[in-house]
Design a protein around this ligand. Structure first.
Ligand code: CP
Ligand code: NVA
Length: 308
């Protein structure tokens, strides 16, 4: 059976814990100078990016190379995708050459169609609905910061938009069972179906309006931009709904657990959703997160892509 990572729930708890453990091993190996684990030796992984990206693009490309494979960038405008070739054809054609497809786009349904018609793993590199590779990495990073503590003890607080990141946090809390508070402004809640499923599976998942309440006792405080890619036209309305309240500053961080770390997937807008002071504070682990994308995605690809 072909395995995919379109949503965080595509892997069960044991599989996620296995990937996290493997990622830590690959990170340690790389630190010791052993870069090349030949899981993908000689094989190609397709990369489709219909939205901007720095971290995801580069970390996947380097990760694929470090596993012995090579990334094949498929610019929509240069392929037959943009000329209307049916996705049912493209998916089957690409499955004959490639070992997996990493896709960043708008509608998650496009990834589901690729999975339905193709026969290689489809990896969600961000959609309007989710950003599971980022959340996998953020869990990896948080566990790394609290070694020895079980994941179930790590309290996560989300402050801001109920966006793709928030949806994937909900799915992660549903699968892995850690406490999660989300503080979102009215009208900007996460996907109601994902929220309902997460709360049914994990009663310590809570949605609220007040960031001060959400961060109380949190071990990790996470925020993201007020307007995501594709929402540029909503910028002014969103600023009105978010400003002054959905902002992580030192006063808000002081309400979290004293050992709390600050997470941001980046890119950040310093002075909007988070202050420069918090971004540059000792609690901030934003660049470790960015680095860990590489390690976590290597662990994930090793799991999803069968070795030949
Ligand atoms: N965090 C993240 O996905 O960054 P990029 O948009 O740069 O890939
Ligand atoms: N929520 C953001 C995340 C960027 C990595 C976006 O979708 O633009």
């Amino acid at each position: 059976m072909t395995r995919h990572f379109i949503s965080f729930t595509d892997l069960n708890r044991e599989e996620h814990l296995h990937v996290l453990e493997r990622s830590a091993y690959l990170k340690a190996e790389r630190a010791a100078g052993r870069y090349l684990h030949q899981h993908l030796a000689g094989r190609g992984v397709g990369m489709i990016f219909n939205k901007h990206s720095t971290r995801t693009r580069v970390s996947f490309k380097c990760g694929i190379s470090e596993l012995g494979g090579h990334a094949v960038f498929l610019n929509e405008g240069e392929t037959q995708f943009s000329r209307g070739e049916p996705i049912s054809h493209s998916a089957r054609v690409l499955s004959r050459y490639l070992s997996a497809l990493v896709v960043r786009t708008y509608a998650q349904a496009n990834l589901e169609d690729l999975a339905k018609f193709g026969s290689i793993p489809i990896i969600n590199a961000l959609t309007d609905e989710g950003h599971p590779c980022q959340i996998l990495t953020d869990i990896f990073t948080t566990m790394e910061k609290f070694p020895g503590d079980p994941l179930e003890k790590i309290r996560i607080a989300w402050v801001g938009d109920g966006n793709n990141m928030a949806n994937s946090w909900l799915e992660a809390a549903m699968i892995l069972g850690f406490p999660l508070n989300l503080a979102c402004p009215e009208g900007y809640d996460p996907d109601p179906f994902i929220l309902k499923a997460a709360q049914a599976a994990n009663p310590s998942v809570k949605l609220m309006r007040d960031p001060k309440e959400a961060v109380k006792g949190a071990w990790a405080v996470n925020t993201d931009v007020w307007a995501s890619m594709g929402q540029e036209s909503e910028k002014a309305a969103r600023e009105k709904a978010f400003q002054d309240v959905y902002l992580v500053d030192s006063a808000l961080m002081a309400l979290a657990d004293p050992k709390a770390v600050f997470l941001h997937c980046l890119p950040a807008h310093p002075g909007e959703e988070v202050t420069e002071e918090v971004l540059e504070s000792p609690a901030s682990v934003i660049f470790d997160q960015a680095e860990n994308r590489l390690h976590a995605q290597k662990g994930l690809m090793e799991f999803l892509i069968p070795k030949i």
